[in-house]
Ligand binder design. Structure first.
Ligand SMILES: NC(=O)c1ccc[n+]([C@@H]2O[C@H](COP(=O)([O-])OP(=O)(O)OC[C@H]3O[C@@H](n4cnc5c(N)ncnc54)[C@H](O)[C@@H]3O)[C@@H](O)[C@H]2O)c1
Length: 425
């Protein structure tokens, strides 16, 4: 692994820059955000809620003050662990005066209702992907956020991974030229982890398109500047017992002529962590394995999948170590081609390839959530919009829905609600 000091020397040499150490550090490191305390309420204590609780504990400036979940076990565990308030519904959580930011990690079909309730109660919002299931729902959230004057960040997504953000800063600094082509691929076990019934129904927001593709769209839009022009995609349902999209591939065209390809499979035969030195999505080492989730699902055949999911992935049941994983979080392999170099995400950060060869950059350990809190703090301190704001989230939702439409109609679909990633990202 390469040290920070060597990183800075290397990147300066590589990019033929004559800037100070401080300037170089700010290029690849996550910039510090202004101090701004966050009193967080968690809506939904499943897998996403548990990941957010861990990230909040590690942040140091976030207080976990309340949570809402209709299920007793995770709620009781949360209230006990943080001496916090607990509610069985999100509306009551939003009324809690101790809460100033609500994280919405509830199932997709509730995102709009819960975000609007939080906004109406004057709470700032971190809203899980996808922002909502339709553009009409996105517009209703947008209207509520504007009317009540609150700040909304869409996340977590893997566009917040330090490796993606560092590559974005190298691009924005302009030293290896314009981005021309992006490739992102991920092969996982997604469809064979225990699923709630609605997660197996596309019309209810199930399948990989609503759950996993938003990560790829946000990565592509972050690296490519944000403004997509069109998509041509194909999707596949592979297993009649899990009748929703398991695979998707798409060709994305940006307004400036940059192109991107995204490939995703949740079939659990091949796992592309094999290409990542067997480091998993969170950045933790994992045992080499393929199809193990399929075998495990059969093993628990007596329990409903919802029950299996709750027993394995809820807050309290899921044991997450209280430190950032030793490698970087990632969403498969991402490679981008610029005019004077190429970059890819790597287990320790990212690698830059130029005419001198390959150069690895190790980044500080991360949960992948630091950028969310930083963007929120920056927005709350300055009054500016966060980078992944409602407009950005709506643009990503538009891209997700267009991918599905393109696959169904077998034709290219134009995108009209796209927003640019600010140049200072
Ligand atoms: N960004 C990420 O890495 C990531 C990871 C996992 C999930 N997610 C997202 O998080 C959201 C939840 O997914 P999950 O995998 O955690 O699901 P999950 O099934 O593991 O957990 C959902 C939780 O929400 C609770 N819930 C259901 N209805 C509720 C309601 N009306 N009010 C309050 N709580 C309610 C359930 O009891 C459960 O505890 C989805 O939007 C998903 O896309 C994001």
């Amino acid at each position: 692994m390469i040290s920070w000091r060597r990183n800075r020397r290397q990147i300066r040499k590589l990019l033929s820059m004559s800037t100070s150490d401080a300037a170089m550090t700010s290029l690849v490191e996550e910039p510090a955000a202004p101090h701004h305390p966050i009193n967080l309420g968690i809506a939904g204590l499943g897998l996403a809620g548990a990941l957010m609780v861990r990230a909040a504990q590690l942040d140091g400036g976030v207080s976990l003050v309340a949570a809402a979940d209709p299920r007793a076990a995770p709620l009781k565990a949360f209230m006990h662990d943080f001496d916090a308030n607990g509610y069985t519904n999100v509306q009551d959580l939003c009324k809690d005066e101790a809460v100033d930011v609500v994280y919405i990690g509830t199932p997709h079909q509730f995102h709009a209702e819960h975000a609007i309730a939080a906004a109406a109660a004057g709470k700032h919002i971190i809203l899980e992907k996808p922002m909502a299931l339709t553009l009409a729902e996105c517009d209703a959230i947008l209207e509520a956020v504007q009317r009540y004057g609150v700040c909304l960040v869409v996340g977590h997504t893997h566009a917040y991974d330090p490796g993606i953000r560092a590559m974005r800063r190298v691009i924005a600094a302009g030293h290896i030229g314009r981005v021309r082509m992006i490739t992102t691929l991920n092969y996982t076990d997604f469809m064979y982890r225990p699923r709630r019934p609605e997660e197996l129904d596309t019309d209810a927001g199930g399948g990989i398109v609503f759950n996993q593709i938003p990560h790829q769209i946000e990565i592509i839009r972050t690296l490519g500047g944000g403004k997509l022009r069109s998509v041509r995609a194909s999707c596949g349902v592979l297993d009649p017992t899990r009748p929703t999209e398991t695979i998707a591939s798409a060709f994305w065209d940006f307004k400036d002529g940059t192109t991107a390809t995204s490939v995703y499979s949740g079939a659990d035969f091949f796992n592309s962590d094999e290409f990542h030195d067997w480091v998993d999505e969170s950045g933790a080492p994992r045992d080499p394995q393929h199809a193990s989730s399929r075998r495990k699902l059969k093993h628990y055949a007596g329990l409903s999948e919802s029950e299996q999911r709750a027993q394995q992935f809820s807050y309290g049941a899921l044991k997450l170590p209280l430190h950032a994983p030793m490698y970087q979080p990632h969403f498969g392999i991402t490679i981008l081609t610029c005019e004077r170099g190429e970059m890819r995400s790597s287990p320790s950060g990212f690698t830059l390839y130029d005419e001198h060869g390959a150069h690895n950059f190790a980044l500080s350990p991360s949960t992948g959530y630091e950028g969310i809190f930083n963007d929120l703090r920056l927005a709350l301190s300055t009054g500016n919009s966060p980078r992944h704001d409602v407009h950005w989230g709506k643009a990503s939702a538009e891209a997700m829905l267009a991918l599905l439409q393109s696959a169904r109609e077998r034709k290219e679909v134009a995108l009209t609600h796209q927003t640019a990633m600010p140049h200072d990202y």
